[in-house]
Design a protein around this ligand. Structure first.
Ligand code: AMP
Length: 418
């Protein structure tokens, strides 16, 4: 089977790496470090299966255009991608499907937004309705900060048009969990759960990012938790999508918080997580190309299912100077061969070649260094051994990825285990 992966980041590199076990893979446009990268637009690539990696082209209808041209595509059409493209639409769909989520309101005008905000006890959560690369969410214990954020978002100052509608939510606490399900329009197969780390600094400090690291498996998220997520979240959502005439074939990624009142949905993404893909997909022992081809064909019954090995996987994201603000570009990256020699797998995102053919930084999140091991601790050691080999001016990363798997008292992904 010849498979075309659309995208240029670490997620697409991980997809290509794992698909390459059984399929011939091209990546468009890919990047300077992903083998099989081709500059042609996806419409001009010949392949038996197209897998659209990032959310923006999905929201923009790339899967619809490819399907209209007769291609087999794994990735929802623009209708289903609204789950990620509009948080207000997503929250309304959750209400219709009776999926548990944080109390919320969505607003385009400042007066009613601020009025609603002030009725909540705090902490306060303010989200852009539209896409913001994982950075459009403010969680704060200060009402004045939440108010300022509402004003800046609605005025279009901080996130342009993506913020002209905001979703305001009550703040929840508890450990977070990502469960990704492969969907064929009516059936869904869960992948192994992962935890990711969204804030830029150790101990979940600093602003939200696209993701600074991840690990899988998650000690407290066994088959019972996955079953609860499938029965109470994924299945009712797929049913509600179907009821609205939406044939959802792609990844449904549930971002959950396990609160003391039970799991609550924080967000849906309509594609593999980045960096979750880098720790979940390498653990697959079944054929990923077969699985995604079956979902694309609307018939997961013919797929081998999704089985995972016992080994754990930990990914640490290396970011460039300035990230999650405007990243500096053009810094020369050293040490990749040494990292690979230490047994780490390097998935490349924001990279390019300079005039001398050297690999340089070309974006905020540059590399995800992934380690594998019999335990999470061993996988973590292998990942950080790889991280220790790599450097460029201004490089930064978190040092606490998977340090306390399963949780410690606190907030964010390391919050207390239920
Ligand atoms: P989202 O993009 O909606 O997943 O939000 C990004 C991050 O913000 C999540 O991973 C959480 O850490 C945090 N977050 C989102 N919604 C809430 C909420 N209602 N309560 C507390 N934290 C939240």
């Amino acid at each position: 089977m010849r498979v075309c992966v659309v995208g240029s980041g670490g997620r697409e590199h991980a997809l290509a790496h794992v698909l390459g076990r059984t399929a011939e893979v091209v990546v468009t446009p890919g990047n300077a470090a992903i083998p099989g990268s081709v500059p042609a637009p996806p419409e001009e690539v010949e392949a038996d299966l197209f897998i659209v990696g990032p959310e923006a082209p999905l929201v923009d209808g790339l899967a619809d255009r490819l399907r209209a041209a007769g291609r087999a595509v794994f990735g929802p059409g623009a209708d289903g991608a609204r789950l990620e493209g509009s948080k207000a639409w997503m929250k309304d769909l959750l209400a219709a499907a009776a999926v548990p989520t944080a109390r919320y309101g969505s607003f385009a005008d400042e007066r009613s937004a601020l009025d609603f905000l002030r009725t909540l006890p705090g902490p306060w959560v303010v989200k852009t309705d539209g896409l913001a690369a994982g950075k459009g969410v403010l969680v704060t214990g200060r009402l004045d900060e939440a108010e300022d954020d509402v004003r800046a978002k609605l005025a279009g100052e901080s996130f342009g048009d993506a913020g002209r509608t905001v979703v305001i939510e009550e703040g929840l606490t508890g450990p977070e969990l990502s469960v990704l399900a492969i969907c064929d329009g009516s059936r869904a197969v869960p992948l192994a759960p992962a935890q990711d780390f969204k804030r830029v600094g150790d101990d979940d400090t600093g602003p939200n990012t696209g993701g600074m690291g991840a690990y899988s498996p998650v000690p407290f998220a066994g088959a019972d938790v996955v079953g609860t997520v499938m029965d109470g979240f994924v299945e009712p959502t797929l049913a509600e999508l179907r009821r609205r005439g939406i044939d959802y074939r792609g990844v449904l990624y549930a971002g959950l918080m396990l609160t003391s009142d039970g799991p609550r949905l924080l967000e849906y993404n309509v594609r593999f997580g980045d960096p979750e893909a880098q720790v979940v997909l390498p653990r697959l022992t079944t054929d990923l190309a077969e699985l995604l081809a079956a979902a694309a064909a609307g018939d997961l019954r013919r797929a081998p299912g999704a089985a995972f090995g016992d080994d754990a996987c930990v990914a640490v994201v290396l970011a460039s100077a300035g990230y999650p603000g405007e990243p500096r570009r053009g810094d020369v990256i050293d040490g990749l061969d040494a990292a690979t020699a230490r047994g780490a797998t390097v998935f490349a995102a924001g990279v390019a070649r300079d005039g001398d053919g050297r690999l340089v930084t070309a974006g905020g999140r540059v590399l995800a260094i992934t380690g594998t091991g019999a335990t999470i601790a061993a996988a973590r050691r292998h990942a950080y051994a790889g991280v220790g080999c790599v450097s460029w001016p201004g490089m930064h990363h978190r040092s606490d990825i998977a340090l306390r798997p399963g949780g410690k008292p606190g907030r964010g992904p390391n919050g207390p285990a239920p």
